[in-house]
Write a protein that binds this ligand. Structure first.
Ligand code: HEC
Ligand code: HEC
Length: 216
């Protein structure tokens, strides 16, 4: 009796191993197939994103609105491709050339906070203010300037390029102090193309419908 029990066990093992191998091969094939599909149509998804309802059309449409704000001078001036911020409605290089520095807060005597006070300084073309006024750090520059809509959409949801933000943090960022500062510009500077409310709605819609990147 004991012997036949052992035999059964051995038989089971004999089947179990090839079965596991077969299953694993299946999973790996399915996985590589889905990644091929993803790269084929150029869509990237937010890792561990809580997508409410995937809808590539609604998502891409919402991102067009988001992009119009991100590329407006009020946002892009702090997201330059170089190490000096941009300035003004024509996004020219910041006069006096304050440098990013490793933490984004300026270098040596040219610290951003020396001139950028916690509140806007009154007067035409006086420095806009915020207690936290600075550029993204040198090791994660979060460049908007020069990025196509496709490139920027992918960058924004890449944790290795967005400041390690997951879905929740990305949504929260719509109300970040420096984002809100875009709607309190220095006297004489124009506002972003949408209201903050419209921007926030488009930002969340884009993310929650799957954070699809436009084709271009
Ligand atoms: C004073 C400079 C400054 C201004 C103005 C500014 N930002 Fe930023 N932005 C930063 C800094 C610094 C970070 C990095 C800090 C962080 O990630 O929390 C950042 C990070 C971000 C991120 C996260 C990066 C990513 O790839 O997901 C987004 C999105 C963003 N900003 C959007 C905006 C928008 C929209 C505006 C305009 C309405 C704006 N920013 C205006 C400095 C600025
Ligand atoms: C010596 C003073 C000074 C320093 C230092 C300084 N800024 Fe400025 N900044 C100004 C002034 C003045 C303006 C407003 C100019 C205008 O509106 O024409 C300005 C405007 C800006 C703008 C444009 C805002 C907009 O809405 O277009 C950005 C972005 C900016 N500064 C970022 C920075 C950052 C980031 C640093 C630190 C790395 C910094 N600045 C350091 C004086 C300074």
């Amino acid at each position: 009796m004991e012997n036949s029990g052992k035999n059964k066990n051995i038989k089971l093992k004999k089947i179990a191993i090839p079965l596991t191998v077969l299953l694993l091969t299946g999973v790996i094939t399915a996985f590589s197939y889905s990644t091929t599909l993803n790269s084929a149509n150029n869509y990237t998804k937010v890792p561990d994103i809580a997508v409410k309802k995937k809808d590539s059309i609604a998502s891409v449409k919402a991102f067009a609105k988001v992009y119009s704000v991100l590329m407006s001078p009020r946002c892009m001036n702090c997201h330059p491709k170089g190490d000096v911020p941009l300035q003004g409605d024509d996004s020219h290089i910041h006069t006096m050339q304050p440098k990013r520095g490793t933490d984004g807060k300026g270098l040596y005597a040219m610290k951003c906070a020396n001139c950028h006070q916690p509140e806007n300084t009154p007067g035409l073309h006086a420095p806009p203010g915020n207690p936290n006024w600075h550029l993204p750090p040198a090791d994660m520059k979060m460049v908007f300037e020069g990025k196509s809509s496709h490139e920027l959409a992918k960058q924004l949801i890449d944790p290795n390029q967005n400041g390690h933000k997951d879905m929740k943090k990305l949504i929260e960022h719509a109300d970040d102090g420096l984002v809100l500062a875009g709607w309190k510009p220095a006297q004489g500077s124009k506002l972003p193309p949408l209201s903050h409310k419209e921007f926030k709605k488009a930002w969340i819609t884009w993310l929650e419908t799957g954070a699809y990147a436009p084709k271009k």
